[in-house]
Design a binder for this molecule. Structure first.
Ligand code: OGA
Ligand code: MN
Length: 241
């Protein structure tokens, strides 16, 4: 990965130099993941990177490059605004902000691998824009039998988010899925509530931590991402997306 930097443009270089991650914050995040299955780190990313990412999302929005989010992958893909109301765009290294963000998450990936020996091999992420009134009902990010998403990440891009802005992400107690997934009627306890404030990074185990996005009052911007393992299902490697 290090050699790749030599080929990067000046703007990417400058943004990289201006936005290092703090090693002690990475340690704290990994510690939380081990002990409680989730972590919420405020001001994990510096404003210079968050601002660049938000500007990038606003540019994409202005040229109509966001698409309504669907549930499921490939053939199961369907629009389902009763479940989620966000519009998304997958990150693809197309801007300095995306290149730096993906580089930082790759650094985090190797740190987690080193600490936990879990062989995360890939990261995928999309911008998400929730218009006022939008939400994402309670769900898990990875399903039994195709549990290739191992750790979920959410980075928030909203500066000066008011306490009554809505749009909190609620994390519920971690639990193992039964053969048919989760029992939707089982009582479930709230573990944490995360305000979507610029610079905050939330992480949690993708297959055991149910979570939801409460209806937002203001336009809300985030980057949802997943560290993946190369899990194959019936001998077929599940592709990204
Ligand atoms: C998701 C998700 C949470 C958020 O995209 O799967 O749970 O706060 N996002 O944006
Ligand atoms: Mn989710």
């Amino acid at each position: 990965m290090t050699n790749v930097i030599d080929d990067l443009d000046r703007e990417t270089h400058a943004l990289l130099a201006a936005s290092p991650l703090a090693p002690e914050r990475i340690d704290a995040l990994i510690d939380d993941l081990i002990h409680q299955g989730f972590s919420c780190q405020r001001d994990f990313f510096p404003p210079v990177l968050i601002n660049a990412l938000l500007a990038d999302l606003e540019r994409l929005e202005a040229c109509d490059a966001l698409a309504s989010a669907g549930i499921g992958r490939l053939k199961e893909h369907q629009l389902a605004t009763s479940i989620r109301g966000d519009a998304i765009r997958w990150l693809n290294q197309e801007s300095p902000a995306q290149r730096v963000y993906l580089k930082r998450l790759d650094e985090l990936r190797s740190q987690i691998n080193r600490a936990l020996f879990i062989g995360l091999f890939e990261f995928e992420a999309h911008f998400a824009r929730y218009p006022p009134g939008a939400f994402y009902k309670r769900h898990v990010d990875s399903f039994q039998g195709r549990a290739n998403r191992v750790i979920s990440t959410v980075t928030y891009l909203n500066r000066d988010w008011p306490v009554d802005g809505g749009g909190e992400m609620v994390l519920f107690e971690s639990r193992q899925q039964g053969p048919d997934g989760f029992d939707p009627n089982a009582p479930i306890q709230e573990m944490a509530r995360v305000l979507p404030e610029a610079g905050t990074l939330a992480c949690f185990l993708s297959d055991t931590v149910p979570h939801e996005v409460l209806p937002t009052r203001l336009p809300r911007a985030s980057i949802a991402g997943w560290f993946r393992r190369n899990a194959s299902v019936n001998g077929v490697v599940d592709p990204a997306r």
